[in-house]
Design a protein around this ligand. Structure first.
Ligand code: AMP
Length: 396
């Protein structure tokens, strides 16, 4: 069954409730200031479509941060309401909670058009997928739209359970569509050669994706702290580098598979005596006992570039080093620039830290797709779908 999108539903005169991922970063010193509005900007297409196509009311929902089921002004959606009102040039009324007694009355007022429900996670029922909470949210509208790709891997009330009340009256938004179409290019029959680059810190978080990728990649390039358990599993010394024993065991398991020849590991490193200390190029694989690896070295970058040469599909998740520190960012930036210059390749960047790295590199717009959902994009690659997408398609 194909997933329906918002432009396949009749919206005229309908009350529409839509779930977005407005979980934007706020300035630590001034929590009323949004430091990166990308997630809201990405939602504007769907919001404008709903409004232009005659919806009588638009009820917006999102979570922000981790308030743990209790109201907390620190995580108020107020800055989001303000930003949306500016962008849409219309009033956006923020409710006090998702279950205010006055919401129905508010929606009955002719002058009320757009309502933003306060942070869903002020209610413990949201993450518990509580049926009564789902029913309450559903009672506000005739149609449900899910455009919250970044939370589509969660079985929460607003992303999952709510679908039970909107049979044939639910659909995905345009951001969800863009994300799914891009990920499908990587998951279903990727154009070959297909090269995946996996970095970041923890093997255990990414073990499933690595195993899944090894079934169809031509090369799997490993960087970041992720590389050390693999190197150690091969008997190479890693010094003081980040390297958990449990990750070495997982790396050993992966390297024992028949597809191990696809795994490409660093052949040199940028090391330091301490976390964020002075950088040194280490011109070989083995890291001495008093040093830690904090980035891939120049020979490794050249090797990875050669493996990427001619690739038709590239997936990148996780930085190649401690890229937040410019001394250890060359590997990550080098990979970003290499992908930006690959002719004719479909390049997908997914996962929170690689996305911020690619944004930092200044070449984000040269990628075919930069996913807005970290965990969600990983789970999609592992499973080929997400609970929130399944619920839209088949109900709950
Ligand atoms: P992840 O969330 O698993 O993608 O990990 C990303 C984090 O891993 C970033 O904050 C990086 O700075 C960090 N990281 C990457 N490589 C290293 C390394 N060699 N040593 C320590 N931290 C690293």
């Amino acid at each position: 069954m194909a997933l329906k999108y918002v432009d396949e539903l009749e919206l005229n005169d309908k009350k529409v409730i839509a779930r977005f991922d407005f979980n934007v970063p706020l300035d630590k010193n001034d929590p009323t200031r949004i430091t990166d509005t990308t997630r809201i900007d990405e939602a504007l297409g769907t919001i404008e479509y709903i409004l232009l196509n005659g919806a009588s009311k638009l009820i917006l929902m999102s979570h922000l941060g981790r308030p743990d089921g209790k109201p907390n002004p620190k995580y108020s959606l107020e800055p989001v309401a303000k930003y949306l009102a500016e962008k849409l040039k219309q009033d956006v009324v923020l409710t006090e909670s998702c279950t205010d007694a006055g919401i129905k009355t508010l929606l009955s007022l002719p002058e009320t058009k757009i309502v933003l429900l306060q942070n869903l996670r002020f209610h413990a029922e949201e993450e518990a997928n509580d049926p009564d909470f789902c029913r309450k949210l559903a009672s506000y509208a005739d149609i449900y739209i899910n455009d919250a790709f970044g939370t589509a891997h969660r079985k929460h009330a607003s992303t999952y359970g709510i679908n039970a009340f909107f049979k044939n009256r639910n659909a995905g938004g345009f951001l969800l569509k863009r994300e799914i179409k891009a990920l499908e290019k990587v998951v279903e029959n990727p154009a070959k050669p297909f090269v995946a680059i996996v970095g970041g810190a923890k093997v255990s978080d990414k073990i499933k994706i690595i195993e899944r990728l090894l079934t169809n990649v031509n090369h799997l390039l490993i960087g970041g702290a992720m590389a050390y358990p693999f190197l150690k599993a091969k008997g190479i010394t890693v010094g003081k580098s980040l390297c958990a024993d449990e990750d070495v065991a997982l790396a050993k398991k992966i390297l024992s598979h028949s597809s191990k020849t696809k795994v490409v590991l660093p052949i040199d490193h940028i090391v330091s005596s301490e976390f964020g200390g002075a950088p040194e190029v280490l011109n070989e694989e083995n890291i001495p006992a008093d040093k830690m690896g904090l980035d891939i070295g120049p020979k490794t970058l050249e090797l990875y570039r050669s493996k990427l040469h001619g690739a038709k599909t590239v997936l990148w998740n996780g930085p190649m080093g401690l890229f937040e520190n410019a001394d250890f960012a060359k590997g990550t930036m080098g990979i970003a620039h290499t992908l930006a210059e690959l002719p004719g390749a479909f390049t997908l960047v997914g996962g929170g830290d690689s996305v911020s790295a690619v944004n930092k590199s200044g070449v984000a717009e040269k990628m075919s797709h930069v996913s807005t959902g970290g965990g969600a994009s990983l789970e999609f690659i592992e499973d080929g779908t997400l609970p929130g997408i399944q619920a839209l398609k088949f109900g709950v």
